[in-house]
Design a protein around this ligand. Structure first.
Ligand SMILES: Cc1cc2nc3c(=O)[nH]c(=O)nc-3n(C[C@H](O)[C@H](O)[C@H](O)COP(=O)(O)O)c2cc1C
Length: 469
């Protein structure tokens, strides 16, 4: 009779309950297995491979240069958030989700960033508003409207030298009804009519103040010492500039210039000491009547009052004032009027430009354009952003540079896709180049890639000049 018959085993267990036959056999076989040198080697190899894979995954996932951030995440977000933001999460939810992810990862100590060295930096060092900056590149307004992810965005790449948060209104306001953001993936553009949804100047000021306090603690300084040190920019980072964009509340009538001035003034009083640059938005197409403030008389008055308000800001380094204009105010007369107002008010720069209410043919020219994209282009109100803006951006940069001369910064914004486009802007007179839509489609590594391409373009020009000598 076999010893392995169940009742034989059970009897043995009952006779000596502490020495249960199966456990003993298991334990001894396990320790034998562990002490076997070939098994130890195999386990060691598996363990190392697993750790290596986890380490590689971590490095890849947090490196903005890795291909998943260019080729996987942007289309995945579009797929996961493919609703209309009313019945199902859509582009606006993707915007909020993406920004929160960046912010949470940064706060947990796993920021997305450009690993390795940044060979483009020496070629791109520039000055902007009298500050030394890493590069002439930046993120334009509307991406971080409520100043929620400033450090996470700076951390993405040292190429991001200018970050414009906002638009911030004096009082909180909800903006337009949803849906208010529409994708045009075939032509890599957007139509948006957010309409200055803002948490208001008080909340944004609190966020900016907390950021200064955290920085002060980390440096063993007080908040006042940070604010009163002319060598510490409001960005709190060397080589970076923080711009805060301000606008008026929807219910403030654009024809009541005193009320308009009071709205912008309130924003400067609350936000001015946390900004290197205050950007006056008179160009959003989604706040009715706002763009009429670009006419010479109201614009001169408004800009003068913002410049005066900025001079009173309680900080060692006072914020510079910049105005952001509409690409649709592009007649020679409109450009002359805006330029005259800028000069008369002592404004430091102009951002050309915001989104357009026009719908260039290019938007639906591709045979791949879907019926839904055609419907959006034909029916949805709002401002278009994306590559179709680029020819107008170049024309406006050139015109404003001609009108404003060399001492006022002209900053390009609109349809920039890559470093070659950025170089075109610089060649036509731009002091800096900003992007938004390109990064949403191109992923978080977009700025680093653009900086490298821009440095390559600069190198080509240098070689051409040297060859001609
Ligand atoms: C969803 C969205 C929101 C925007 N919000 C603002 C804003 O609040 N203030 C502003 O001046 N521009 C805003 N813009 C315009 C951008 O700052 C930028 O000027 C415009 O998109 C053109 O550049 P781009 O083609 O590189 O995106 C917004 C753009 C988008 C797509």
């Amino acid at each position: 009779m076999s010893l392995l018959r169940p009742n034989t085993v059970l009897r043995a267990v009952r006779a000596n309950p502490l020495r249960t036959a199966p456990t003993h056999r298991y334990m001894s076989s396990k320790s034998e297995a562990l002490s076997n040198p070939s098994n130890r080697l195999r386990n060691g190899i598996y363990g190392t491979l697993l750790l290596g894979a986890l380490g590689f995954g971590y490095v890849e996932a947090t490196d903005t240069r890795s291909s998943i951030h260019t080729y996987t995440i942007p289309p995945l977000l579009r797929y996961l958030f493919s609703g209309d933001d009313v019945s199902r999460a859509g582009p606006e939810a993707a915007h909020v989700f993406g920004l929160r992810c960046l912010s949470v990862l940064y706060n947990l100590g796993f920021p997305l960033h450009e690993r390795g060295d940044h060979p483009y930096l020496p070629a791109l060092n520039s000055t902007l508003f009298g500050l030394d900056v890493n590069t002439p590149l930046g993120i334009s307004a509307g991406l971080d409207k409520h100043a929620e992810a400033i450090d996470a965005l700076y951390e993405l790449s040292p190429a991001i030298s200018l970050l414009e948060v906002g638009c911030v209104t004096p009082e909180p306001q909800p903006g337009n009804e949803r849906p208010r953001l529409f994708r045009l993936p075939t032509s890599q553009g957007f139509i948006n009519r957010y309409g200055f949804n803002s948490v208001g100047a008080e909340t944004v000021a609190r966020r900016l103040r907390e950021r200064v306090r955290r920085f002060a603690r980390s440096q063993g300084m007080t908040e006042e010492e940070v604010l009163n040190n002319p060598n510490i920019p409001a960005s709190l980072r060397e080589g970076r500039v923080l711009a805060v964009q301000i606008g008026k509340n929807k219910w403030t009538s654009e024809s009541d210039i005193e009320a308009v001035k009071a709205d912008y003034g309130k924003c400067v009083q609350k936000l001015g000491k946390y900004a290197d640059v205050i950007v006056v938005n008179v160009s959003s197409p989604n706040t009715p009547g706002l763009r009429s403030l670009q006419e010479n008389k109201p614009l001169t008055e408004l800009l003068k009052s913002v410049v005066a308000e900025c001079k009173n800001v309680d900080r060692a380094r006072k914020p510079k004032v910049v105005v952001k204009v509409s690409p649709d105010s592009d007649t020679p007369q409109a450009i002359r009027d805006i330029s005259a107002a800028v000069k008369a008010a002592g404004v430091a720069g102009v951002i050309v430009a915001n989104t357009t209410v026009t719908r260039p043919d290019f938007l639906t020219a591709s045979p791949q354009t879907t019926e839904e994209e055609k419907r959006i282009v034909a029916q949805e109100m709002g401002g278009y952003s994306g590559p179709a803006l680029f020819p107008r951006t170049i024309r406006l940069v050139e015109e404003f540079r001609r009108q404003l001369g060399a001492d006022i910064e002209v900053i390009a914004s609109g349809g920039v896709k890559n470093g070659v486009d950025a170089m075109e802007c610089v060649k036509h007179g731009a002091s800096a180049v900003m992007g938004y839509t390109g990064m949403v489609y191109g992923g978080v590594g977009w700025f680093g890639k653009m900086a490298k391409e821009l440095a390559d373009e600069a190198d080509k020009i240098r070689k051409e000049i040297a060859a001609r000598r």
